[in-house]
Design a protein around this ligand. Structure first.
Ligand code: NAD
Length: 253
């Protein structure tokens, strides 16, 4: 029996990585999927799944309103679009005093403003229908500082966690749930497609008790569970899926 048969799901950042895997999972479980991404590549993914592609910048309130405004109902919204920022997340987070303001703003604009726009539109629809589940992709970097991750990424994901918790308070009264997943390092394109320096990859692996990065499918199952009726009493949570990385207080050697 398909878990999302007859349901409508929206996935942002669906053109690659975790979002693409989320969209595949929703389609495999019978949902009609709306795939949102700023990159045209989302059209190919939508074609593969028989879904609907929306090329849209999540940080543009008008564009987001146009996407959600065209939907009569939304059962599950996976708000996942995000960027990592500079410098590369694979190497080091960069010095505070060298961070250009534009780089700071770019990450905050996508990761926080973009989430706000999509969260607001999802809430509007779900409050009206008195049901729905919103699952936000946060990060372990939203729960603690990370030595190799940029300032705006860490700051934006901490804010994302706050927004999720705050929204869960209001929306619970309307039968709408809001949860976040907090993945550790996952193999996607977010760190860029350039070859990864061995030492940087090793440093990441040493910070994960499982001693390896996660695969997108290893984080999306959790997100799908949070959208389905079996998690009906779960809201306002931030759920770790990180190979044990958050259990550590220091980097393993
Ligand atoms: P990814 O780069 O493969 O996918 C991100 C997608 O978001 C891309 O398709 C991109 O085009 C899209 N996107 C970027 N800016 C956008 C915008 N303004 N409007 C619409 N779409 C936009 O990376 P990913 O790792 O799959 O990232 C997905 C989410 O997972 C992000 O929120 C990221 O912060 C989070 N995350 C990733 C990791 C990791 O290690 N990969 C760890 C924790 C959390």
């Amino acid at each position: 029996m398909e878990r999302f048969a007859g349901q409508v799901a929206v996935v942002t950042g669906a053109g690659s990585g975790i979002g693409r895997e989320l969209a595949r999972g929703c389609a495999a479980e019978g949902a009609q999927v709306h795939l949102v991404d700023v990159n045209e590549s989302v059209r190919e993914v939508a074609d593969e799944l028989g879904g609907v592609a929306h090329v849209c910048d999540v940080s543009d309130p008008g564009a987001v309103r146009a996407v959600f405004g065209g939907l009569e109902s939304v059962d599950a919204a996976f708000l996942n679009a995000g960027v990592n920022g500079v410098p590369s997340m694979l190497q080091d987070g960069g010095a505070l005093d060298e961070l250009p303001f534009e780089a700071w703003r770019r990450v905050l604009t996508v990761n926080l403003d973009g989430l706000f726009c999509c969260l607001q539109e999802s809430a509007r629809i779900m409050k009206r229908q008195q049901r729905g589940s919103i699952v936000v992709t946060a990060s372990t970097a939203g729960l603690r500082p990370e030595p190799r991750v940029s300032y705006p990424y860490v700051a934006s994901k901490h804010a994302v966690v706050g927004l999720v918790k705050q929204a869960s308070l209001e929306l619970a009264g309307y039968g709408v749930r809001v949860n976040a997943i907090a993945p550790g390092p996952v193999v996607t394109n977010i760190g860029g497609t350039a070859p990864r320096p061995e030492a940087a990859v090793a440093a990441w692996e040493n910070s994960i008790p499982a001693r390896r990065w996660g695969q997108p499918s290893e984080v999306t199952d959790l997100a799908l569970l949070l959208a389905d009726a079996r998690s009906a009493w779960m809201t306002g949570g931030v759920h770790l899926v990180d190979g044990g990385a958050s259990a550590l207080t220091q980097v393993l050697s």
